[in-house]
Write a protein that binds this ligand. Structure first.
Ligand SMILES: O=P(O)(O)OC[C@H]1O[C@@H](O)[C@@H](O)[C@@H](O)[C@@H]1O
Length: 554
């Protein structure tokens, strides 16, 4: 593959012209008035007869018409998106900087349909069986702690991809949780995180899950060591560690060195990226919380979305559509961010999860052809659960000076029928995209204000310009399968954008430099001697800060 700059594709120039000639003044009110079937044209429903999942994507409230949409599809064709999808599913080493395959899709290929020739793929099934046996034993109480009591609390110790997925999914699927098993997630190196967690745990009934792909991550190893010390203070005998610590890692040697017994090790492979790993052994805490069968439903739901992504035509391909619309705003309108707004309390970690998923994947400036891009790549991802966001930051989305494309997500059915809460929640879900798209004109404001309309500032302050684009995504219900499909949808959206921008979405070199510098600074802090700072080779700002700290540390 040539991995050309996206801006060198012929459609890029045409999209630029379309943006100038009509995109930037596109008017959604007129577009909807002119075309009664706009919703039908720009919405797609995805269903699977294999799993309990269904997704409606309405992208009609975007600043697009047929010409623009077709031009975006041409961009995908010119970037050979289909070919790149096939390469990913075939196990080609598309993570070129690290010379690795990118095969999270193999983790959820439960029936082995993809026939991928890569070391480790044939171990996926036995590893899932291991997870099943273990999670069943813990959940049933058959697995006992060192004093013979069943496990009551689990503590997942991991960070980044070894934390965010399990946190997000266990929250999103809480209705399926075993309520008498407390799940905690410790990620931050700040001792407070571990201290507050251990405060509510009992060493006799707590299981620690040390989740780290590399098993070298400073935060995780430090937290795990602290947890082990705390445990041994009560249990005394090191042999008891085997009943209370398990490891999830690709680095079997380091996990063994830490003292984890072979049978308590759950492995995965270097072709699983950290931020794509919740489907692997990293999902053990999910299986413990919701049960292995539900975990497998999550995998099956994602697999059905994988099949759709792999097989559907570009124009009907949900991940491709989301990716192209994102590129339209990111690269031609100059939008810097993308909000993800789930109208479901259980989904309150979804935007956090895709902050890593998207930003660590596509926050890159070098193409696979070693050129610096001359366009913007990954958007800033942010958001929170509706309706809370409405009372916090929506003001800026409605009337601010920045264009912020938003994805609104909601289930038709709630897990908790409480009075009319769900109808009220969904009325907001429907109303916000409508308000953003069509706004309120000055004439409307004047008519509404009557006599007060003489107050010019009041009139202008109440105008909503509209034309603020949104996608609306509806699921039937947040079931394990539906959630699996939704996560896979966003994963593949990220993949397509990376393919078009010609970047490698699957390494994360940008997290390294800070880690290296922190390792250099740590000995200075440990020495507790401000006089050693000068001469340590830092700039005056960093030195000044270090001295301030060391002179005041207690
Ligand atoms: O799972 P481990 O290896 O501990 O990594 C945890 C996290 O580390 C960060 O620096 C990133 O590289 C993430 O992609 C990764 O998920």
């Amino acid at each position: 593959m040539a991995h050309k700059l996206a801006s060198a594709q012929p459609s890029w120039q045409k999209l630029q012209q379309l943006y100038e000639s009509k995109g930037k003044q596109y008017n959604l009110t007129q577009a909807f008035k002119a075309d009664a079937s706009r919703f039908d044209t720009y919405s797609r429903e995805w269903k699977s007869d294999k799993v309990d999942a269904r997704i409606l994507l309405d992208f009609s409230k975007n600043l697009i018409d047929d010409e623009i949409f077709n031009q975006l599809l041409s961009l995908a064709q010119e970037a050979e998106v289909k070919k790149q999808i096939d390469q990913m599913f075939a196990g080609d080493h598309i993570n070129t900087s690290e010379d690795r395959a990118v095969l999270h899709v193999a983790l959820r290929d439960v029936e082995g349909e993809f026939k991928i020739n890569e070391a480790g793929v044939d171990e996926v099934k036995p590893e899932l069986e291991h997870m099943k046996r273990f999670s069943d034993a813990v959940r049933s109480g058959e697995w006992k702690g060192y004093t013979g009591k069943p496990i009551k609390s689990i503590v997942n110790i991991g960070i980044g991809g070894s934390d965010l997925g399990p946190v997000m999914v266990t929250e999103a699927l809480k209705p399926y949780a075993k309520r008498d098993l407390d799940a905690h997630f410790v990620s931050n190196i700040d001792g407070t995180h571990m201290a507050e967690t251990l405060r509510v745990c009992d060493p006799e009934t707590t299981l620690f899950i040390v989740a780290s792909k590399t098993f070298t991550t400073q935060e995780t190893i430090t937290n795990a060591t602290t947890a082990r010390d705390w445990f041994l203070e009560a249990a005394k005998d090191k042999a008891h560690v085997a009943k209370h610590f398990v490891a999830l890692s690709t680095n079997v040697k380091a996990a063994t060195d830490f003292g984890i017994a072979q049978e308590n090790m759950f492995k995965f492979w270097d072709w699983v990226g950290g931020r794509y790993s919740l489907w692997s052994a990293i999902g053990l805490s999910i299986a413990l919380v919701i049960g292995y069968e539900r975990f497998e439903e999550l995998l099956r739901g994602a697999h059905q979305m994988d099949l759709h992504f792999k097989n559907a035509e570009l124009k009907d391909n949900l991940p491709v559509i989301l990716a192209l619309i994102g590129i339209w705003y990111n690269d031609f309108f100059g939008s810097e961010t993308q909000a993800i707004l789930p109208y479901d309390q259980y989904m309150h970690k979804f935007a956090d999860y895709f902050q890593q998923g998207d930003m660590e994947s596509n926050g890159k400036f070098i193409t696979k052809n070693s050129e610096r891009v001359n366009y913007h790549t990954g958007p800033i991802i942010w958001g929170q659960a509706g309706t809370n966001g409405q009372h916090a930051f929506y003001q800026l989305i409605h009337q601010g000076t920045k264009l912020i494309p938003c994805d609104f997500i909601a289930p038709v059915e709630t897990h908790n029928r409480v009075g009319e809460h769900h109808e009220i929640l969904l009325s907001n879900f429907f109303a916000q995209p409508e308000a953003l798209a069509f706004g309120k004109s000055e004439d409307e404001v004047r008519a509404e204000l009557g006599a007060q309309a003489s107050n010019e500032f009041l009139v202008k302050s109440k105008v909503f310009e509209g034309n603020r684009p949104t996608n609306s995504i509806m699921l039937q219900k947040i079931t394990p399968a539906a959630l699996g499909a939704l996560i896979a949808l966003y994963e593949h959206k990220i993949a397509v954008q990376g393919f078009i921008w010609s970047i490698n979405s699957y390494d994360q070199m940008g997290v390294e430099l800070g880690k290296v510098l922190a390792k250099k600074i740590l000995p200075l802090l440990q020495a507790k001697d401000a006089s050693k700072v000068d001469g340590a080779g830092h700039d005056s700002s960093t030195s000044g800060l270090l001295k301030f700290y060391l002179n005041n540390a207690k």
